[in-house]
Design a protein around this ligand. Sequence first.
Ligand SMILES: [Zn+2]
Length: 306
Amino acid sequence: MYRKIIALITVFIITFSLSACNNKKTNEVNNSEGEKIDVVVSFNPLKEFTEAIGKDKVNVITVIQGGIEPHDFEPKAKDLGNINSGKIFVYNGLEMEPWVDKVLESINNKEVILVDSSKGVNAIKSIQKEEGEDEQHGDYDPHIWLSLKEAKVQSNNIKEALIKADASNKDYYNKNYEEFLEELDNLYNEYKNKFDKVSNKKFVTGHAAFSYLCRDFNLEQNSIEGVYSEGEPSAKKLRELVDYAKKNEVKTIFAEENASPQVSNTLAREVGAKVEKIYSLEIKEDNKDYIQSMRDNLEKIYISLK
Ligand SMILES: [Zn+2]
């Protein structure tokens, strides 16, 4: 309790001092041409979308940095300070960030433009929660950014916020957005064609992050860990996966950086499959952008099904 009070006081002090700086900064931005817009985003995919549309006119600050499991994150006073002094704050929504309500309540800079990137997406209900799974998560699967279709909706929400913050560059944001959409559509069409031609639609991965990608391409995922990356699976779950992989002649077990790679290795050995890396994009990896990572994912899944 004592520690909580101290933490709360620290948060208040930082919030107040930062909001004082912030007023000055906002005026500076308005007064000088060519100043970048500070956009704070909760995690990597939102940085990708914001940079694709804002390009050299935005300075993106990512709250959840590499090396942290995004599903277990708690913000620090520093993060709150960043959000409070930014022009725009973008979060994924669908309770990918269970901490966001508290943060929104505590920021006292009412000029920050808040963006729930999931506004308007066609959300998928989460499969029933498994035993021991975190109760703080919501009813919908939050991994919308792994759908090339829903990425368009998220990008549109971000574009609208950029225009609201910086109306004089409206044409620039619209143009970049249209170009990004074309890239998303091209990638979608290319792989829609490919996946339509394969009869095997089932793949196995480490973390159940791909239900939206599966919906886009009519595929089916099975996974070692659940939707919230909750750790090592039970012996029973592992046996089920072995049976599933054998029955469906799964030749590749995918593994994400944040999930349990050892379990992927064990499973692969058990069923005579190989292990391939897949990107959940929750953190930036191998210096690849959104389109490159998604292309990589789709190509690897396609090869494994062919
Ligand atoms: Zn995830």
